[in-house]
Design a protein around this ligand. Structure first.
Ligand code: UTP
Length: 311
């Protein structure tokens, strides 16, 4: 648990919420029966990296927002006695640790979003579990490489300034229409006092190139705002719209994240993320490097399985 030391403004952040109930249509057909958050990055499901980010920040009470079709997310963090016994008796301690070590550091809870009405609605499902405290919110389909880890960076700024803190990333203008975009005033390098937010604007309407990057510390005041939020872009209840309402009564800050964001919500980004994380694992990269270099330099010699639509 992270404790706020004397002289800090924000309160302790003890809980994290991971919305992971979305339909994942951009990852179909892969995500039809397997939740996209369960798709692997190298050798472990995406959700495991997200939970590990919370645990490394000392926030170990974690609520997964799932749906009736996404039981695998909860199951992944449940004990599997038979598997454990097999691995232990087979002397496969490293594999056993890869399954159990993280689980020993966290308490995983789950709540179901009944209907996929958008990210804002998913966050609202966490109200009862979270109560009247600030909480971390980490989207289950985005991971980060590098330091500092976003959850830690946001918690640190929350302790210093209080209130809600949004992770930000600067993107090229042509990409702003994929994200929530902020307008604000930079109060020191990388830290912004947010004045407005807009979800998925056209590039010509975007107030900046600073976009919301899948990580937040949210004040509990956001729940009342979400209750009042009507469907917005795409007919979904947008968290960004609720945060714009929150701004009317509470300060909201943004901090440019030092780590690099990687999405797994569409096939090309999922593959890119796998390559980036594979390269960071010498034992894996040693087995892959020749193939990757071969694809780049000897394209005509490499067997290519042609797949019509996806890439
Ligand atoms: P996305 O915006 O990627 O939406 O959600 P999606 O519905 O999962 O995917 P597409 O657009 O159909 O391909 C960002 C995060 O918010 C969660 C998702 O699971 C993902 O981790 N989410 C989204 C919910 O929990 N509930 C929702 O209703 C929507």
């Amino acid at each position: 648990m992270i404790s706020a030391s004397v002289g800090t403004i924000g309160t302790m952040v003890k809980k994290a919420v991971i919305p992971a109930a979305g339909l994942g249509t951009r990852m179909l057909p892969a995500a039809k029966a397997v939740p996209k958050e369960m798709l692997p990055i190298v050798d472990r499901p995406t959700i495991q990296y997200v939970v590990d980010e919370c645990a490394s920040t000392g926030v170990n009470d974690i609520l997964l927002v799932t749906s009736k079709d996404k039981r695998a997310l909860e199951d992944h963090f449940d004990r599997h006695r038979e598997l454990e016994q097999r691995l232990a008796s087979g002397g496969k301690q490293a594999l056993l640790d890869s399954v159990n070590e993280l689980m020993s550091r966290v308490r995983i809870h789950a709540v179901r979003q009944q209907e996929q009405r958008g990210l804002g609605d998913a966050v609202l499902c966490a109200r009862e579990h979270v109560g009247n405290e600030p909480f971390l919110c980490l989207l289950g389909d985005a991971v980060f490489s590098g330091e500092p880890r976003p959850a830690q960076q946001l918690v640190d700024v929350h302790h210093e300034l209080g209130g809600s803190v949004i992770g930000l990333e600067e993107v090229p203008l042509e990409k702003v229409s994929r994200y929530g975009v902020i307008a604000g005033k930079e109060i020191r390098p990388g830290v912004w006092k947010i004045q407005s937010l807009v979800e998925k604007p056209r590039p010509e309407d975007a107030p900046s190139r600073l976009v919301i990057a899948a990580r937040y510390v949210l004040s509990p005041g956001v729940f009342d705002c979400l209750e009042r939020t009507r469907p917005g872009v795409g007919g979904e209840i947008q968290l960004t719209d609720a945060l714009r309402t929150l701004l009317e009564t509470e300060p909201v800050h943004g901090v440019v994240l030092g780590a690099k964001r990687h999405d797994i919500g569409n096939p090309a980004d999922w593959l890119k993320t796998n390559l980036v994380f594979a390269k960071a694992r010498p034992e894996v990269w040693a087995l892959l490097e020749a193939t990757v270099r071969g694809l780049l330099t000897r394209a005509a010699d490499v067997d290519v399985v042609r797949s019509p639509d996806i890439l």
